[in-house]
Design a protein around this ligand. Sequence first.
Ligand code: BMA
Length: 866
Amino acid sequence: MNNYRLNLMALLFFTGLFNACQPNEIKNMETRELNSNWTYHQVNGELAGNAAVPGTIHTDLLANKQIEDPFYRTNEKNQQWIDKEDWEYSSSFQLSEKEISRQNLHLGFKGLDTYADVYVNGSLVLKADNMFREWEIDIKKLAKAGENQLRIYFHSPVKKGLELLNASAYTYPASNDQSENGGLGDQKVSVFTRKAGYHYGWDWGPRFVTSGVWRPINLKIWDALRIKDVFIQQKSVKKEEAQLLADFTLEANEAFSGKVLLTDKSTGKVMLSKQVDVEKGSNLISIPFTITNPKLWWSNGLGAPNLYQFEAKVIKDNEIVANYELSTGLRSLKLIREKDEAGESFYFELNGVAVFAKGANYIPNDNFLPRVSQADYEKVIADAKDANMNMLRVWGGGIYENDIFYDLCDKNGILVWQDFMFACSMYPGNEKMLNSIKEEAKDNVIRLRNHPSIALWCGNNEMNTAWSYFSKDGWGWKELYTEEQREEIQKAYMDIFHGILPDAVNQYTDGDAYWPSSPQAGFEPEKHAAYDSRSGDMHYWGVWHGLHPFEDFDKYKARFMSEYGFQSFPDFETVKKYTLPEDYNIESEVMASHQRSGIGNLRIKEYMGWDYKVPTDFEKFLYMSQVLQARGIKTAVEAHRRARPYCMGTLYWQINDCWPVASWSSTDYYHKWKAMHYMVRKAYQPVLLSAFAKNDTLAIYGVSDLLVGKKGVLSLNLISFKGEQLFKQEISVDLAANTSSVLFTSSLADLLGKFDKNSVVLQMEVREEDQLLADGKYYFAKPKDMLLPEAKINVQLIEKEGRHFIQVSADKLVRDLYLNFKDSDIRCSDNYFDLLPGEKRTIELTGNDVPQQSDLQIRHLQQISE
Ligand code: BMA
């Protein structure tokens, strides 16, 4: 006998022994993906080809070279016919005799967009009508051994929408539905269909009302019993002990007795084990358990986002009949709304700690969702984390995101403010619609409820403010209706946002917070005052829409700022990807079609003129728009953070883009950081030094999100732009924990002395011993009034152990220095910064291209002239 056979026998022997004491591997549940071998064809036309599942009709047409890139130049315009067609998708799958003899065969659709008739072997098994729902169909009776046909007929969502619109007694407001661009005149059909609102266009997005199997399809095969769902209810979570309740949803073919087990996968420890008897059908079995000294889940900046991996099993006769895996984090997370002198607080408390929420609003990453890759999701969440964020708001005009989004938020300590998918419109409230919404809420709340990152469920975006049923305010919508119609629309609003949705949150979660509409000045629907800063959350659009100056960010501080923003253009490298040189003018047809805010260009120019010189050169204008945006949002973030604990959150609009466009985003469609994202990273650091001048006094605030107080030294250094040190002061300061405090005040006149405010900068630093806690700069004049000297900039490219760096220094102050490597994908670890005279910075360069000195382009404020 050779060694190989000996080893094999030993292996078999030991495996046998092992099996005698351990339950066997699961034989029961088989899940098979049905995402391959799909084709599509145009129902009333010639177009056909191989299809991707998950996918969309637009991306299939693109892959088959039947249309051009929808995002290039103005291609969107001539692709509006696609959403007026019906499309059919077909595939087949094999089943063995053995498989069809199994007790259960279910076809699962994670998402169908949207009006989809599904046929199995020629029989209609489903008429789907809600993109946000999951569907599962019993195909046991229809399935056969050998080949099985699967066919999905997608009705044009636009034609379906028009049918519903025509059948409706009146139209509904939908301010961002770009019906004209879709060739529909003023017929706004989006509100009739449970489909991502932004597919119909938005003020940062094109109109592509696509169709397709947008999430995976699978086939589930099992016998006696399956674990459909496990929910770990967190009854009480404290440092010493977590009291939990595991809810097992078991589906049995017949009455069944067996053992339910929950193990901690990382330690193998059995958390609970119980003999249960279940009945035929669906059974909810709740079993309490505790974990002593749990590893708590913390948000980014406060601690480690510890997660638990659990595995549930049902065991009978030493066989694992069914299993289910899940991940969760243990934490106590509450929305604290308590009456106080001003009104009512609005903040999140995580494990007993008041969290100042720092983050952004988040929109879908593409118009064609299935092509958003895992790497894209990882990048967006990494960008949030790297910018010191701890919260993202999944905004209501997009989608309930894919599981991976929440997995990444869990892993990276990013709290999620989750809107339900309703935005800037009013929706019909007929029975069919309400039932559909009820099922949609159930599907998504159940799917997402184990994620520790979910902090809040919010009913909708801006509907209550816009509609303002109880007051004269609003966006002029209710005035368009008769008394009776108005009552009907209001009833639908109440049914959904004060009925169905909070009921779903109450019924399916362990007490998650619900907030009816963002913004809202109180829970009751009457509290829709848009700029009431005493209670609730606020969307402050006085800056931008209302033409308020950036300085007004300090006047409108709410309890929680859930939206505010300012636009910029993406950088020239990104613009080049969707334009030709002849388009290089912000008013050109192509650039205008990649700017969806009607007032966008005007606003950018107007604000720029207030603070900066407005360049006529195209590339310089793009650069300046980013510098301007960064300045605006810095002003806002600092004002909100200084105002803690009155204000306890700041989420700017918006972190990402769904196509290459001029928008309020801080990272563009290609995940390239704009000036604002670099700035936000600094403004969101755990400790912030923020200088703020009012009347004649300058106050320097120390804002700390750290949970321990710090004793430090604040150094103030007044420097001329040319490099003379004019004045220096060091002060011992107490930086209080988790709050904002004034560290220093002075009259501006005293600080400046005889020096010209247009030629000096105040450099601020706070250190604890050798550790720099924060630094910052304060300028005394508007950028356009500053006497910026001509500076000599030195740059040097360095390669060290395969990594690339650039070292920059200058003899005089350089403002808003932007380093770019032309026609490359090189990213700079820092950019758009001010360089003090004599300061040297080393910046890492990453990307696929090797940085070349000859490609380096340097921009800074001194170069900008009108
Ligand atoms: C907010 C959002 C979006 C919009 C943005 C910019 O109100 O809720 O509807 O894209 O403003 O206008």
